[in-house]
Design a protein around this ligand. Structure first.
Ligand SMILES: Cc1cc2nc3c(=O)[nH]c(=O)nc-3n(C[C@H](O)[C@H](O)[C@H](O)COP(=O)(O)O)c2cc1C
Length: 179
């Protein structure tokens, strides 16, 4: 059975797990999917747009303004042209912003305009992940149709072991193909 090729908009946020996104992109492209990356400002503290431009063979979007190539409408166009909006890794901060409908950067503007299925793979420290407000935000988003690729229990970047570890790449790819 042939797998349907998808246009995937990949949102990257400011987590230490951002370095794993390269592997996600490689696996998606190996399966024939087209990937375009949009990054928050904080994500760029962890990994450069240049890396993702090379890995996707596509322009990387980082700003809501000053983007003449996209006719100043990237905040709408990118979402409406995609089959899936995959946010990997998703910070506690972006989850809170999405749960409240904020739209103060390119990634959040896309999230409130797109009709694409939104998949969210959280990655964060265990205390952040188990925080009641973070959990409420996740539940609220799930109730609005966001699909969560649940984090795993494992050794976290902060040195402790607990929930919050970004889901394995296999799980992320499986979720995209089911989405
Ligand atoms: C070294 C370092 C690692 C971080 N890792 C995470 C993380 O894994 N998950 C998370 O939710 N926040 C993490 N943060 C905090 C976020 O970067 C911060 O909340 C930021 O405002 C997120 O912005 P964004 O959601 O717009 O990308 C980290 C911060 C630092 C300095």
């Amino acid at each position: 059975m042939s797998i349907q090729k998808k246009k995937i908009l990949l949102g990257v946020t400011g987590s230490i797990a951002a370095y794993k996104v390269g592997d996600v992109i490689r696996r998606l492209r190996d399966k024939g999917h087209e990937v375009t990356v949009v990054m928050t400002k904080e994500a760029q503290e962890f990994i450069t747009p240049l890396t993702f431009a090379g890995l996707t063979a596509n322009k990387v979007y980082t700003q809501i303004f000053q983007d003449p190539d996209s006719g100043a409408m990237a905040h709408i166009k990118l979402g409406t042209e995609s089959d899936i909006f995959l946010i990997v890794p998703a910070t506690a901060n972006i989850i809170a912003k999405l749960a409240h409908g904020l739209a103060d950067d390119l990634l959040t503007c896309i999230a409130i305009t797109t009709k694409a299925k939104i998949l969210v793979a959280p990655a964060m420290n265990v205390e952040m992940y188990e925080n009641k407000i973070v959990q409420e935000n996740c539940k609220k988003l799930a109730s609005h149709g966001f699909k969560f690729i649940e984090p795993a229990h494992g050794k976290l970047a902060c040195g402790v072991t607990g929930m919050g570890h970004l889901a394995e790449v296999d799980e992320i790819i499986k979720a995209v193909e089911m989405g």
